[in-house]
Design a protein around this ligand. Structure first.
Ligand SMILES: Nc1ncnc2c1ncn2[C@@H]1O[C@H](CCC(=O)c2cccc(C(=O)O)c2)[C@@H](O)[C@H]1O
Ligand SMILES: [Zn+2]
Length: 378
């Protein structure tokens, strides 16, 4: 079975130990080589880590309709079927409008806890052992939820999820950039004040529209967050060009990039990402649903792999985009012509790029290897 994809993303020019470099001469496609084995079944059981998935954006249709029923003044449909049409976006701005209408449904600490616990259940169902969940606390505190009650709610759910599902959750707090420096200040305060910040917080991000929201203005806030021990993971290059990614790297000291889709337009940027092992949090279906990319076949993920960039697969806002993490791995398998070993390597990329401690990383890597060996045993 030839594995044409080298997911270990070795630095350019140095073949990864023990595996063919990406772009090897064409042989039988990996999918064909995997024969009748069901890649979907392999993915379903594959232990995974998810690094780019939003708290509110992960609210399942059942949860959204349950919350919408609690708040009849909301324009969000209560019927899961109607929700599918409601979650069909004409452009990125439309997506943000819909996203905020769901944010409006989260009004009490109990809403927060319910949402968080159910998101963890959905992740565990996909064998997600570890996830860094992006939360926008500003959007909830500005809508009247008490900040300490908010933190208690997410922490209660995090601890319950770990105890009951075995899924380890950590938080990324992100600034909704379009809400400006007021949101930046509030998010930084919530993320760095030891009397408030939750135990599970590990990283600091920047989300929302990129157009008209230049990254350099947020440098003082990222400096404070990094000084407080948080890791920098801003969205960049999702709906704007590669300069936004460069700005995230130079001004915000990004250790990973949310999406980074337009990096494929800049060979120097790709080489920089590969050389410094700065992972891209690739969310293929999200890019199609928000119209950031026209079709999956045009998605630049192949260019990322060819350049040796550390690619991780993520779902972003799965129910809103009619997908889930398993489906995103299936999309990656098709676009990158991956067999089981290639998929396992992708899963390990996410573990490698995560902010989990080394003991935890080794545990999940070992699970991935054991699972793959077991599934491929003759
Ligand atoms: N693919 C995505 N790409 C980018 N972001 C994404 C994606 N998916 C989900 N988000 C989330 O959407 C939020 C958007 C919130 C926002 O823009 C906003 C603007 C003005 C006021 C307020 C408010 O709360 O009052 C909020 C971000 O914080 C981010 O966490
Ligand atoms: Zn996102």
């Amino acid at each position: 079975m030839t594995d044409r994809f080298d997911a270990s993303a070795a630095a350019p020019g140095s073949p990864a130990p023990g595996s063919p470099v990406s772009g090897a001469p064409a042989g039988p496609t990996a999918a064909a080589a995997s024969g009748a084995r069901d890649v979907h079944a392999f993915i379903a059981g594959l232990p995974k880590a998810e690094l780019h998935v939003h708290h509110v954006g992960s609210a399942s249709p059942r949860i959204v309709s349950e919350l919408a029923a609690r708040h009849p003044d909301s324009k969000v449909p209560t019927d899961p079927e109607a929700l599918v049409d409601y979650f069909t976006f004409t452009d990125f701005a439309h997506f943000i409008d819909v996203y905020l209408s769901v944010v409006d449904l989260i009004r009490t600490p109990e809403d927060v806890r319910l949402l968080t616990y159910e998101v963890a259940r959905d992740l565990a169902r996909q064998q997600v052992r570890y996830a860094e969940l992006t939360i926008t606390p500003f959007s909830s505190t500005r809508r009247g939820i008490d900040e300490l009650a908010f933190m208690d709610a997410i922490e209660d759910a995090r601890k319950a999820a770990e105890a009951e599902f075995g899924t380890v959750l950590r938080w990324c707090f992100d600034i909704p950039g379009e809400a400006g420096l007021e949101a930046a200040e509030e998010t930084t305060r919530l993320a760095t004040d030891d009397r408030i910040r939750p135990e599970g917080l590990v990283s600091f991000g920047l989300g929302g529209p990129e157009i008209g929201v230049p990254r350099p203005q947020f440098k003082p806030y990222f400096d404070r967050a990094i000084a407080a021990g948080l890791r920098s993971v801003p969205h960049a290059g999702e709906t704007t060009g590669p300069q936004t990614v460069w700005d995230a790297l130079t001004h915000l000291r990004a250790e990973r990039i949310g999406h980074g889709t337009s990096s494929a337009q800049d060979e120097k940027l790709l080489a920089h990402l590969a050389e410094h092992r700065i992972a891209l949090e690739v969310c293929p279906t999200s890019n199609i649903a928000t119209r950031a990319v026209r079709t999956l076949d045009e998605h630049p993920i192949k260019e990322f792999v060819r350049a040796g960039v550390l690619v991780t697969i993520n779902s972003d806002d799965p129910p809103m985009f009619g997908t889930d993490l398993d489906n995103e791995y299936a999309v990656a398998a098709r676009l990158l012509d991956l067999d089981e070993r290639g998929l396992a390597a992708l899963a390990k990329n996410a573990v490698d790029a995560s902010f989990l401690d080394e003991v935890g990383k080794a545990r999940i890597r070992a699970e991935i290897d054991a699972y793959t060996t077991d599934r491929l045993a003759p």
